[in-house]
Design a protein around this ligand. Sequence first.
Ligand SMILES: C[S@@+](CC[C@H](N)C(=O)[O-])C[C@H]1O[C@@H](n2cnc3c(N)ncnc32)[C@H](O)[C@@H]1O
Length: 255
Amino acid sequence: MMEIDYDEVVSSLRSAGCVFAEEEADILVESATNRAELIELLGRRISGEPLEYVVGWVLFCGRRIAVAPGVFVPRRRTEFLVECVAALRPSVLLDLCCGSGAIGLSVGGVTELHAADIDVAAVECARRNLDAVGGTVHLGDLYDALPSELRGRFDAVVVNAPYVPTGEIGLMPREARIHEPHVALDGGTDGAGLHRRVSARAMEWLAPGGHLLIETSAQLVDSTLQAVRDAGFTARICESEVLDAVVVVGSRPSR
Ligand SMILES: C[S@@+](CC[C@H](N)C(=O)[O-])C[C@H]1O[C@@H](n2cnc3c(N)ncnc32)[C@H](O)[C@@H]1O
């Protein structure tokens, strides 16, 4: 066991403004293999780097998902999106705007998993997470990333795209604003720009009876719902008070 003053780690974290100082100290101590490494990790955390980047993982749906600097850190609220898509039992699934790939990885019972993102760092990270389950990760702008043979094959397309209105990024917590890439946050002027683009082309990639699921916010839900309906889907809203999460589910008619 390395020699460390655990209380010193906790008090350094607390002085730096970490609300869950004890929990973070436990994670840092577990992650470091020696005292020098612990000091390095602690220094990074104290300087404001998100804990998840410092240790290289985040707990999501009960498992550790690899994350790396420059890749969006999956949020707890997105576990509700996983719950919604899992309830539909898709066999062939597309996780669009996948980031680390956390959503696709967390849906059980999938026989063919595809994920796509426009950002190289996200795609590399998603490959690290999805290789083990045989998932395929594509690089590119929305559906342009996908080979055309996949058209009409997905039972579900699950999407947590950026949905923060451009003018509100500056109001986000420092860790997100400074450390997460804007391409992962910026949803355009009203926040729903990507929701409209994703919805407009979803029908051609879904199998008959397939579903489009988009995480949104209470503020944006009407715009997201409209985008999904405008694309020809019947749509409904699912909400979780506990996770403060809102999901729009669009359904393609069976025939
Ligand atoms: C809010 S993050 C969510 C990541 C992941 N779905 C999650 O919940 O952890 C949005 C992701 O969308 C990606 N993205 C933004 N614009 C995109 C586009 N036009 N095509 C594909 N991916 C895009 C970003 O690179 C980022 O990884």
